[in-house]
Unconditional design. Sequence first.
Length: 153
Amino acid sequence: MKKSFFAAAILAAGMLWNGTSDAGPADEIVVVVNKANPIKSATREDLRPIFQTTKTRWSDGTSAEPLNLPDDNSTRHGFDAAVLGLDPDRVSRFWVDRKIRGGERPPRKVSAPSAVLRGVAADKGGVGYVLVGEANDSVKIVARIRGGNVLAP
């Protein structure tokens, strides 16, 4: 009886661990732009220079205005890992290095997903990210981030 209880406990723990390690649909991050932006979809290669502020214009010439969530936000961590390929410490060091070298400023930080949506909806060049369940019809989804991968909308 002890062996079967132990085996069942290991099986249950494995199922719990597996269930929490996989991001569910609610954990999916979407990248959003202003509805007037002509872009239909964005890849990691499109987004990375915009969020590193080395690319400052969209293809139509509109100024790109990226918005970031706070440094301690888990959605931000997922976005930075997938798009920039950096963990939170390396993101901080990247921006300190850019400041020392006189590079462009980091994207503007906003306090919450609702502020991302308002900012993007109000600015033709706006681009940001939120969890899929937070997105609304005031913006256009151009990419999805699932399992650390940037995917088409």
